[in-house]
Design a protein around this ligand. Sequence first.
Ligand code: HEM
Length: 490
Amino acid sequence: MSESEFLLFLLSSILPLLLFFTLLRRKQHNLNLPPGNMGLPFIGETIAYLRPYSATSIGQYMEQHISRYGKIYKSNLFGDPAIVSADAGLNRYILQNEGKLFECSYPRSIGGILGKWSMLVLVGDMHRDMRLISLNFLSNARLRTHLLKEVENHTLLVLSSWKENFTFSAQDEAKKFTFNFMAKHIMSLDPGKPETEQLKKEYITFMKGVVSAPLNFPGTAYRKALKSRSTILKFIEGKMEERMKGENSEEEDLLNWALKHSNLSKEQIMDLVLSLLFAGHETSSVAIALAIYFLQGCPSAVQKLREEHIEIVKAKKQLGEVELNWEDYKKMEFTHLVILETLRLGNVVRFLHRKALKDIKYKGYDIPCGWKVLPVIAAVHLDPSLFDQPQHFNPWRWQSGSTRGTSSLSSSSTPTNLNFMPFGGGPRLCSGSELAKLEMAIFIHHLILNFHWELADQDAPLAFPFVDFPNGLPIRVFNTTSSFGTINPT
Ligand code: HEM
């Protein structure tokens, strides 16, 4: 190619690009975009947005941006231009219009690690089919008939290993509880067995990669997690093959359910299993650790909980019953307030990833088609114009009849406060929300009846943005002296 031909080639490739970006910029000039700062080229403001901060706050970045630009602002995050929303109304609008105006859009690295068939990244019909399986499997009927009992067994298994005056990581114990429960529920794995422990080990490496920067180089957490992902998938595949040969084919777990009642391929089932293990284990364990943390700072709530749970046990003793049942669960009214308040203040999931499918107008602002949209649910839960003293742990705020920042509880204990969205909303509302509340309530029941606890060392939840206790939430426990303990003191 001669020099002039090369120049011509270069110009013909660059000119359309320049034209495209000029037109795009001109189009954006005519738009009424929310105020904001697009930050540095490529990385935008991503680093500042992801800098760790106290989980009971919205962090300095968000505070500064809201006070400078308001609750809806533009930025450049995760490699794309983005609209960030701390506005309750816009957040609801985004979630309710999933598939019509907005669509779930997690960064590609999440799909890389959770799998392309993971429910978190799927959209459209395929998402609907997978969702149906998860909803059937986590239905209220199954919670009553199967899961409550399993949740109680796994709670007792963990708590019965706690010894008087011992110090340990409450976060690790909560993880042990939710992992064992999910592994049993999904693949009928028994706690403590070598294969379950091996899977747990791989899963820990996998999780470290999910929350790390997606750098696929030798030695990085992300690379190690991809390796663990394939080991875990091989394990799941092995279990599927056993089932297809007829082994354990009568077990009522998710694996059998998906094999018998769906047309999903092997690869799809493997991603479904992995993503449910992820969605159901990490979130609930953090929520339980948060409850333990908030309660140790609120003796009046502990006292009220103790009264509630002693009443339940007294009534059961009179009936000669031991195991908890659905009626007992429904009596845990104050416990539900504690759960709601833990989810509001702790914000296990802080923001969601969406993108605009069309040009959208909201409160006079333009949201251009293709832009990322991040509804920050934590910012609404910690908004002082919606919740009185939002940084204060106050379960009583959820009592019906209280003033601002409260709700009434419906029969299914779902708060009717529209600003409260710990489980997201719309067509992608968390399929495990009722299970998560059940796990928290049963764990709190046995914890409160059997132990007092205190922080053994300084720790507080941080948002990375995944919520985590940097020191693992070290606690020291003491047996209660009451005669209502549900496990034998050791
Ligand atoms: C406190 C505990 C939990 C919290 C705070 C939580 C929160 C959430 C949130 C906010 C979403 C929406 C994600 C989005 O819209 O992009 C979600 C989705 C989901 N969660 Fe949970 N979750 C919890 C526990 C669980 C449990 C125990 C399970 C199941 C075993 C579960 C299974 C799922 C699934 C399958 C989805 C995807 C739903 C869909 O895309 O249709 N979650 N969760």
